[in-house]
Design a protein around this ligand. Sequence first.
Ligand code: HEC
Ligand code: HEC
Ligand code: HEC
Length: 299
Amino acid sequence: MAEALSIADPRSSARCTACHSPLASVAAAERGPRVEASEGVSCVSCHDLPTQWIRSHTRSDWTHSDRVAAGMRDLRDLYGRANACVACHQNLEPALVAVGRHPALMFELDGQTRDEPRHWEERPGYQGAQAWFVGQGVALREMSWSLLNHGADPARSLPELRALGWVLSRSGLGPLGPPPDAADASPAGLSATMQRADQLARRAAQAWEPGFGAAAMARLASTQGDFTDPATPVLDRACRAERLVMALDRLLPSESDAGRRQAASACLDRLFRLVQSRGDFSPTQFARELEGFRTAMGP
Ligand code: HEC
Ligand code: HEC
Ligand code: HEC
């Protein structure tokens, strides 16, 4: 990658270390004695620099609030957690993907939280659907920010932005606030999308209700028509499909009936296979499988 991008040493270029070795650009005095610049992604990337917390974080008589008071970033709050992860998991400089063949990044909080080595007890009442929704709101905010201020490639990013806006609005969670209208790519439109997406994520972290996950899944499973509508470019439909299968995957546990869950899960495997390559995406085939998923979930 470095060769393709004419980067002399990726271990010291901020174009790579920003995410892969974030301490490389933090002065030794600021890092403190126990933190090495070469650590890569480590405790402090997610939990903040160790002021006091490092010494006491294993104390069994300490509560979460004690640790936060000692300087650990509050990652229990899903909005704060999403902000901590998205910094490295969504926005990439376009050349890294186009020239360096870096894998494109797609942030999804619930799945990535589950895939991370678990070294904590999740707070009671953690709901995957909520983490998913908060994370998608924050991802949309970052995508619009990146298009506005950070030179994201519009040809690639705009269809992805519209697709994410589509998923959030088709989830139909009106009580959390108006969904962002990601269709307007003017600076004023992007700015509005950014603000609305952020508000939606904040509200979802605070005011989520247990029925929201199942409701969002039912609505999203009934969107076949949005894939067969010829007025929408095929690339947009492919990007919608990518976000949609990820959403259904996170929302499926919201279905309480094990038989339905199992039948729908088999359909979901087929849906995943249909979104492996944007170039080969077949909207009609996808719409047909999606109808199968909806039917498997019952009336
Ligand atoms: C915006 C943050 C960010 C920047 C900047 C970044 N990366 Fe990454 N990189 C990631 C993340 C996150 C992953 C993990 C992606 C995944 O597994 O889904 C990753 C994965 C990789 C992988 C593993 C790929 C694979 O297929 O397993 C390599 C190699 C890599 N990056 C190299 C680089 C190099 C070299 C640079 C600089 C030219 C760079 N990265 C810049 C965030 C970044
Ligand atoms: C990729 C991000 C990430 C990294 C790296 C990471 N953690 Fe965590 N950590 C989390 C998340 C997310 C939680 C769950 C938040 C919660 O429930 O408090 C957590 C929770 C914790 C908690 C419990 C906090 C509390 O009071 O609830 C401790 C202690 C902790 N981590 C220590 C560490 C240490 C020590 C390291 C390095 C060896 C580390 N973590 C690396 C993300 C990370
Ligand atoms: C400082 C940047 C940074 C932060 C902050 C960060 N990550 Fe990562 N993460 C990375 C990089 C870079 C990789 C790729 C590592 C590699 O393959 O060498 C990665 C890989 C991962 C992976 C494995 C690959 C994948 O995408 O499935 C998971 C899971 C993950 N991170 C979850 C999280 C979560 C959850 C948080 C927030 C609590 C978080 N990360 C915060 C930089 C970061």
